[in-house]
Design a binder for this molecule. Structure first.
Ligand code: NAP
Ligand code: MG
Length: 347
């Protein structure tokens, strides 16, 4: 695995970068690039909720099509399910030979939602972190780890360009790992489905329900199965499994080693392999894209079911009692607060 800790900053500084979208990743890329001496223009649709914020930060905001026309590098940082329409409506006609199309995640290119022409470079720079951390760590003089990959190298300079871009957003401080669109996309989807979002939410709910169905108070079940998970994950993040096992009591460590494999059994792992197969075959991508095409009704109903879980009611009440948990800043309208401890997940 090749990891880069330096890149030539002049490569990206000689280009105009059009950043389309100013959400979680878009604001961080735009500001970090600008502060690294790169010419940046932000592309946002008419009436965009984020346009004022971008202008107040001193950035130039134009339409997505004008940004694409002016950009030598066109970085698509709108949600993955909108890449196709934004590309077709605003980018395609301006993606002339010698330019570069870039993405922050390989989904749309890997699953053929966006099919760039010959003659242009196509690369990805995917920070392994939410956008607000990409910005914050950069302002503190550092950077978060990034992945880079090349889908198409028309100019012969795609990798140097991608590395220079990753350097300008701070990535080389932590390390920029070379990968492929396939590996980045498929591992990212698998991680969020099996472990980070899907797996952890299902594990939390099953634990909570087991305690509550056995007659224990919901409040205790919430603390044990959700609240304390953060403290454990922080230890994983700082020092891996050993740090966690060192820090908890011997009782907890013994119980963990002895019981964990009875919870996440070979059956569960078998299901993980099936899930990975559906990601690799494109079946998951087709299902998600079809739901989005129908207005995202399946997503909305699954989201509503998650929000209706009793864990959410008791959690809201308990978090209200914990003053230090009050959200510090809204992040790109998703209602999430900034994490108190840097999170490595980019799901
Ligand atoms: P996001 O915050 O949801 O992006 C919101 C931005 O996209 C807003 O500026 C919004 O404009 C614009 N937008 C949304 N729909 C649009 C449309 N149909 N036409 C034009 N503009 C539209 O997205 P994100 O989470 O940053 O993700 C961007 C990319 O980065 C994705 O490819 C994602 O996979 C990747 N990525 C994300 C993370 C992460 O932590 N979030 C990490 C690594 C990679 P308005 O203001 O007009 O609504
Ligand atoms: Mg992800």
């Amino acid at each position: 695995m090749t990891v880069h800790y330096q890149a030539d900053p002049s490569v990206i500084r000689s280009k105009t970068v059009a950043v389309i979208g100013y959400g979680s990743q878009g604001h961080a890329h735009s500001l970090n690039l600008r502060d690294s001496g790169v010419d940046v223009v932000v592309g946002l649709r008419a009436g965009s909720a984020s346009a004022d914020e971008a202008r107040e930060a001193g950035l130039e905001v134009v339409s997505p099509a004008e940004a694409a026309q002016r950009g030598d590098v066109i970085m698509l940082l709108v949600p993955d399910q909108h890449h196709k329409s934004v590309y077709e409506e605003s980018v395609r006609e301006h993606l002339t030979p010698g330019k570069a199309l870039a993405v922050g995640h390989g989904f749309s290119v890997h699953y053929d939602q966006v099919a760039p022409p010959q003659g242009v470079d196509v690369f990805l720079v995917a920070p392994k972190s939410p956008g607000h951390l990409v910005r914050r760590v950069y302002t503190e003089g550092g950077g978060v780890p990034c992945l880079v990959a090349i889908h198409q190298d028309a100019t012969g300079g795609a990798l140097d360009l991608a590395l220079s871009y990753a350097d300008a957003i701070g990535g080389t401080h932590a390390g920029v790992i070379e990968t492929t669109f396939k590996d980045e996309t498929e591992t990212d989807l698998f991680g969020e489905q099996a472990v980070l979002c899907g797996g952890s939410e299902a594990l939390i709910k099953a634990g909570f329900e087991t305690l509550v169905e056995a007659g224990y108070p919901e409040e205790l079940a919430y603390f044990e199965c959700l609240h304390e998970l953060k403290l454990i994950v922080d230890l994983y993040y700082e020092g891996g499994l050993a740090r966690m096992n060192h820090s908890v009591s011997d009782t907890a460590e013994y119980g963990g080693h002895a019981i964990g494999n009875r919870i996440i059994t070979d059956t569960v792992k078998g299901e993980m392999k099936k899930v990975l197969g559906e990601i690799q075959s494109g079946a998951f991508a087709r299902e998600f894209i079809a739901d989005q095409a129908e207005g995202g009704t399946k997503l909305a109903s699954m989201r509503a079911a998650s929000e209706a879980h009793p864990l959410e009611t008791v959690g809201k009440k308990l978090r209200g009692m914990m003053g230090w948990l009050k959200p510090k800043a809204a992040s790109s309208g998703d209602g999430a607060s900034e994490p108190a401890v840097p999170a490595s997940a980019s799901a």
